[in-house]
Design a protein around this ligand. Structure first.
Ligand SMILES: O=C(O)CCC(=O)C(=O)O
Length: 278
């Protein structure tokens, strides 16, 4: 039987305006995480460019034929790891997306997820952001396997949508990974609890990876986090550049699913009778 234990690392790196430096730094920190034993390593949302609608066009790349994908493929292969390449702004057929790519230890692209729910919010005195000014949302789920463990991908704001997480659970996922960059308004209240919520709803591990906090521009909340299927926070970073490591034992999913069998107790006969848009 293949191992149900997986060594992971989240790389909370600092992102600046120089793409080449961002890529170099990412490759260096991934190597460091791999040297510490991680077999699955994940980067944050917009790890190659500053986060903001005015930057997406300037930093966008074709996938997989751009410098960021080159680095990700090479780094996955050199370190013999699975690499979740955070996100990069993607340009495809004149449309922009916020896209996560996943690479296997041979350096091959094995999954690609375009942020599905765009971050359009308006909190007066807090934060106003409208990704849909430039980005398009993706329409497809993306999963991949490490050993026999099925893993699903979402991006940042997607964390707020329990329907997406549920679809992954229904497909058989045991780990959900969300590269993300929450902010100083919603981060303190929502970042940790959303992840614990998704973990509990679906009895899965959840990992979210933020960039480190910058002094100016978009100020990310940081606090990259690993949560287990009991809703317990196994590891949480501070807000600076940091690598957090974790050992995920997927027998925890089996245990909690047997002990609290919500998966089998769902009342879809009732849920399916209501169909409203809020
Ligand atoms: O949902 C939030 O509060 C933050 C989301 C976000 O920053 C993003 O989607 O990039």
């Amino acid at each position: 039987m293949t191992s149900r234990i997986l060594q992971v690392a989240l790389v909370q790196l600092r992102v600046g305006i120089d793409r080449a430096k961002n890529l170099e730094n990412a490759a260096k920190l991934v190597k460091e995480a791999a040297n510490q034993g991680a077999k699955l390593i994940a980067l944050p949302e917009c790890f190659n460019s500053p986060y903001g609608t005015k930057f997406f066009g300037q930093y966008a790349e074709a996938i997989p034929n751009g410098p960021s994908c080159d680095m990700l493929s090479k780094t996955a292969k050199e370190n013999q790891i699975y690499l979740v390449g955070g996100t990069i702004p993607e340009l495809d057929s004149k449309k922009y997306y916020n896209t996560c790519t996943v690479w296997n230890p041979e350096g091959n692209l094995i999954a690609k997820f375009r942020k599905m729910h765009l971050f359009d919010i308006d909190i007066p005195g807090g934060i106003t952001f409208k990704e849909s000014d430039i980005l398009h949302g993706g329409n497809e789920l993306a999963t991949f396997k490490v050993n026999d463990i099925l893993i699903g991908i979402g991006v940042c704001y997607d964390l707020r949508f329990e329907e997406l997480a549920k679809l992954y659970r229904l497909k058989g996922c045991e780990l959900l990974i969300y590269p993300g960059a929450f902010n100083m308004t919603t981060g303190p209240m929502h970042w940790e609890v959303l992840q614990r919520g998704r973990a509990l709803d679906n009895q899965v591990f959840v990992m979210s990876i933020s960039p480190a906090r910058n002094e100016q521009g978009y100020i990310a909340w940081g606090h990259s986090q690993i949560t287990d299927p009991w809703g317990k926070v196994l590891k949480q970073a501070e807000h600076g550049e940091e690598i957090i490591q974790g050992t995920l034992d997927f027998s925890e999913c089996d245990k909690v699913r047997a002990q609290i069998p919500i998966g089998k107790q769902r009342r879809t006969d009732v849920y399916n009778t209501v169909n409203v848009n809020m």
